[in-house]
Design a binder for this molecule. Structure first.
Ligand code: NZQ
Ligand code: ZN
Length: 384
């Protein structure tokens, strides 16, 4: 096992009716800026519950944070937060609202052009405290310190993170997810699944706890995924998905093991240029990535085939073929297509995607830093 430091200070309130905990989490009289997205919170009753729990605060609202949150919008929110002298931010929504709020929290304390945080990776030294109410299980943003922000004018989508960007608390009430459209539920399952694989499918370092944890999360997603989609009001299935998605990217399974993340970085360029949902890009890139890098990932792929998909074969190459097929079929069964061409994107789009990876410094990706632009191009070619 590799050395690691593990730290996660986010308090989780999980279950029905837990939104009421906001009242005790935020002191009376605090100047709060509540952030949300395009309006789903109004349709599912979450807005009313949150407002009721914030009755003791001095509240301002900022709605309209988009899916794949935009720098331009977030700078307007930052201006608003400064105008009202906000002391605390409360994000209410999916990963985009939470990521966007992390950026606002950082930008409010940042001197200079906040775009530098993303493009020049200027480290932040502090951030405004914030909490979250999660309505879409997928990203893990509710219990981690990362975020991904898009600048529409240049079609760039860039990640950033900081130890100052863990939410102080997050409310996870699975019943807030009943109103999710099937596409977003499926996206959440795929995103969480790939988060686990980015941390698990690398090379062995004798980390049995992390491996078994990761395999448990993957098997849970395979077991509950179809039911979550078929029965939107099945509380237990939704609760399972919500907790898996949080555990998939809160630092726990990634501590002490090598991590890949190349599918994510390649996928970000596809979203930025072609507007696909984050999870759709992962469903496209991940199977092709595993196929292309199958010899470097051989041992873990065989383990994945046996322990996650229960495949049996003397021939290890056949096991790997089976594992990749099962992964692709799992995504397809959730109605998330796995080829660039399924989304109307051809091989002619690949040079620009690779050029943008280069421009963003994404030239040594993967657990062995060997996913260079040529490898990214070959992976994308396999994904057409
Ligand atoms: O905007 P509203 O009206 O709220 O609608 C949203 C949005 O249209 C809707 N929605 C959310 N909760 C709902 C609901 N609709 C009905 N009922 C509810 N309960 O769903 C749509 C998608 O929301 P979004 O927040 O964009 O989805 P998701 O949670 O999948 O977040 C995706 C973003 O997170 C980033 C992605 O890149 C992408 O920008 N990621 C963040 C990560 C992190 N911080 O650690 C890691 C991930 O790998 C990912 O990159
Ligand atoms: Zn993701």
């Amino acid at each position: 096992m590799l050395n690691f430091t593990f730290y996660n200070p986010t308090r989780i309130h999980f279950g029905k009716g837990q939104i009421a905990h906001i009242t005790e989490e935020i002191p009376k009289g605090t100047r709060v800026l509540m952030t949300y997205g395009g309006g789903s919170v109004h349709r599912n009753g979450v807005y009313d519950q949150v407002r009721a729990a914030l009755g003791h605060t001095k509240l301002t609202e900022f709605g309209g944070i988009e899916a794949n949150p935009r720098f331009e919008t977030l700078m307007r929110a930052t201006k608003k937060a400064r105008e009202v002298d906000a002391e605390f931010l409360l994000a209410v929504g999916g990963g985009s609202v939470i990521d966007g709020t992390k950026f606002i929290a950082a930008a409010c304390h940042f001197q200079g052009d906040a775009w530098d945080i993303l493009v020049n990776k200027v480290p932040i030294k502090s951030a405004m405290p914030f909490g979250t109410v999660l309505t879409l299980p997928a990203t893990g943003s509710e219990m981690n310190s990362g975020a991904v922000i898009t600048r529409t004018s240049t079609q760039e989508k860039l990640p950033f993170g900081s130890r100052y960007l863990y939410p102080q608390f997050s409310i996870l009430d699975p019943s807030t997810t009943f109103t999710l459209p099937p596409r977003q539920v499926a996206n959440g399952i795929v995103d969480a699944f790939v988060h686990v694989l980015e941390q698990y499918l690398t090379y062995p370092v004798q980390a049995p706890v992390q491996d078994r944890f990761a395999e448990g999360l993957l098997r849970t997603l395979i077991e509950i995924g179809p039911q979550t989609l078929a029965e939107p009001h099945d509380y237990n299935a939704r609760a399972g998905l919500m907790w898996v998605a949080t555990m998939a990217l809160n630092g726990l399974i990634g501590a002490g093991v090598p991590q890949d993340w190349s599918s994510h970085m390649i996928g970000h360029e596809i979203t930025a240029l072609h507007g696909l949902d984050h999870a759709q890009t992962l469903a496209i890139v991940l199977p092709a990535n595993l196929q292309y890098r199958r010899s470097a990932k051989h041992t873990k792929l065989v383990q994945y085939a046996r322990r996650v998909w229960d495949l049996e074969d003397e021939n290890e190459e056949a096991l790997i073929d089976g594992a990749i097929d099962h992964t692709r079929n799992f995504f397809t069964s959730l109605n998330v297509p796995t080829r660039l061409s399924d989304y109307g994107i051809g091989s002619d789009a690949i040079p620009e995607l690779v050029a943008r990876l280069e421009r963003h410094g994404m030239v040594k990706l993967g657990e062995k830093r060997d996913v260079n632009p040529k490898v990214s191009r070959d992976i994308l070619l396999l994904a057409v």
